[in-house]
Design a protein around this ligand. Structure first.
Ligand SMILES: Cc1cc2nc3c(=O)[nH]c(=O)nc-3n(C[C@H](O)[C@H](O)[C@H](O)COP(=O)(O)O)c2cc1C
Length: 185
């Protein structure tokens, strides 16, 4: 099983770091792509640099590398997670505008009927953002904004991050105990 993790230039790159950590702990292979804006936000929001995230992944591709295997539907991967997903990348994916490897691998996932999860982050959301999300949802794309629940009484930012990442793993079909589930509380 190979999961493609894409980091774009929205706030919340901590979710990608945690997702890469957990997938590595579980022995699940990951490919990592980071947009230019995503690289800058990693520097701003995390205590680690991009090399740390590259080390957590099994393979890394530059966002302009259309010769990457990920650019072709003939290359097998299980799923793509764009975490966090900027409104610009959301728009490009919704319109099939594959001008970088992240948008291309999302395009491939849609055309091949593979799992695609987007974690859009913006507030407030405009009608353009909402229409793009609705269009993608109707195509089978899973829209998972990082909206935490508070019934588990989170004690830290890490608890909140783990809730969001745990729900992404649930959606990928990967068992996890990252958060307190309703019914177990
Ligand atoms: C510090 C910072 C935070 C940003 N946060 C967001 C955000 O939360 N959501 C968003 O859609 N764009 C955000 N942006 C703007 C995007 O980075 C910008 O639209 C960029 O073109 C996205 O390109 P990409 O999708 O290729 O990474 C932010 C930019 C900066 C510098």
């Amino acid at each position: 099983m190979k999961v493609v993790v894409c980091i774009t230039g929205a706030s919340g790159v901590c979710y990608a770091k945690r997702l890469l950590e957990v997938l590595r702990e579980k022995g699940i292979k990951t490919s990592l792509i980071v947009s230019e804006s995503g690289k800058k936000i990693i520097e701003h929001e995390l205590d680690v640099d991009i090399n740390h995230l590259i080390d957590l992944s099994h393979e890394y591709y530059e966002n302009n590398d259309f010769f990457s295997p990920l650019a072709s539907g003939s290359h097998i991967f299980h799923s793509v997670v764009v975490v966090p997903c900027s409104m610009k990348t959301l728009s490009a994916v919704a319109n099939g505008y594959s001008n970088n490897l992240i948008c291309r691998v999302c395009d491939v996932a849609i055309k091949e009927g593979r799992k695609l999860i987007l974690m859009p982050r913006e507030m407030p959301l405009s009608s353009i953002h909402l229409e793009n999300m609705l269009k993608l949802s109707k195509l089978g794309v899973v829209i998972m904004p990082p909206i935490p629940a508070f019934y588990g009484r989170p004690k830290s930012v890490e608890d909140i991050v783990d809730f969001v990442v745990g729900r992404v793993l649930d959606n990928l079909g990967i068992s996890n105990n990252l958060f307190k589930r309703w019914g177990d509380i």
